[in-house]
Design a protein around this ligand. Sequence first.
Ligand SMILES: *Cc1c(COP(=O)(O)O)cnc(C)c1O
Length: 402
Amino acid sequence: MSNCQNYNFPDQKGYFGEFGGQFVPEVLRPALTELEQAYTELKNSADFKEEFRNDLKFYAGRPTPLYFAENLTNHFQRAKIYLKREDLNHTGAHKINNTIGQILLAKKIGKRRIIAETGAGQHGVATATVAARSGLQCCIYMGAGDVKRQYLNVQRMKMLGAEVRTVHTGTKTLKDATNEALRDWLTNVKNTHYIIGSVVGPHPFPMIVRDFQKVIGEEVENQIQVLAGRLPDYLLACVGGGSNAIGLFYSMLKYKQIRMIGVEAAGCGIESKKHAATLSTGSPGVFHGMKSYLLQDENGQIKLAHSISAGLDYPGVGPEHSFLKDQTRVQYFSVSDKQAIAASFLLSRLEGIIPALESAHALAFLENLVPKTSDSEIVIVNLSGRGDKDMATFGRFFTEYR
Ligand SMILES: *Cc1c(COP(=O)(O)O)cnc(C)c1O
């Protein structure tokens, strides 16, 4: 294509422009170096590529469909709306793409024990799943608040043989679970691999997780050509840490005409200060091993994040998104809890698909975007996961949405 850009990030030191890097205690550095070396070797090996591709195909169920949402399109009466059905993956979200890749890496570097953090529990389930299949010991850290609101996923992890460690510190959410997982890794780094669940943390994690998730956009690029004979005009995805979003965007960053939009959680509203809109309202700082946008006060203290969706309830974001924001290549907006709930009911009733609360944030943005489009345009939304885990939350709104 004539409009190809040379996009080659992160650089040798693990930076996306000024973001990223490796802000960790010295004891973790050898493990990160070992991981990067193993990954660099593996990613070019034909055996590894084939094993990864086969597991995605026969175990996770890829390629996931690109579905033309005709009823949703008729509802808004403008651009054609397509949904990338990551909810149809084994275990119900895009998270399995990353855990399948990382468990192969863990085996390559000879680690016998797997740990992970989880918010909504989707990453915990996806990790427990691949650990079970590989016969590796597995321990998942989860905030006490999230254990309560995502109980189905806690049960699933236990069913799969994982130990779930409930974290009672701080806000009892994803941030605190990540702290505890990092602490565990510090202590047990010799025999333990930490499968980070999003494009966050110290280099090389943001790069590795992105590379394992980019299959989403690569499939979309082919599927939309077959279905519509051309590339899309808009890509929409929700952003917690940013892995489903970068997974959709990455292979198409080179097409400058495609507008890409990341949707964060505005929680109770930006003014309420109870939100998780990191890129929309935060500022650069260092957190969980990386330099990126953060929700922090004037003294650099991390602020409390809030979202009705446990998977978006995080005060940080992947460094590549911070870079893409400052480059203005991707735009970031936010929608409230209320808008996400409304979008969940709309999709369920119009298309017979119950979305994850996280994915519903991307869907909710259609209301802002689609009225400004024309009927010759194409919008693709990443439906990152299914909503079974959120039924207790949806149930609280049944009287409102009869
Ligand atoms: C974990 C999760 C997210 C948020 O994580 P990202 O890394 O931003 O993708 C979004 N949707 C679903 C269904 C999830 O499970």
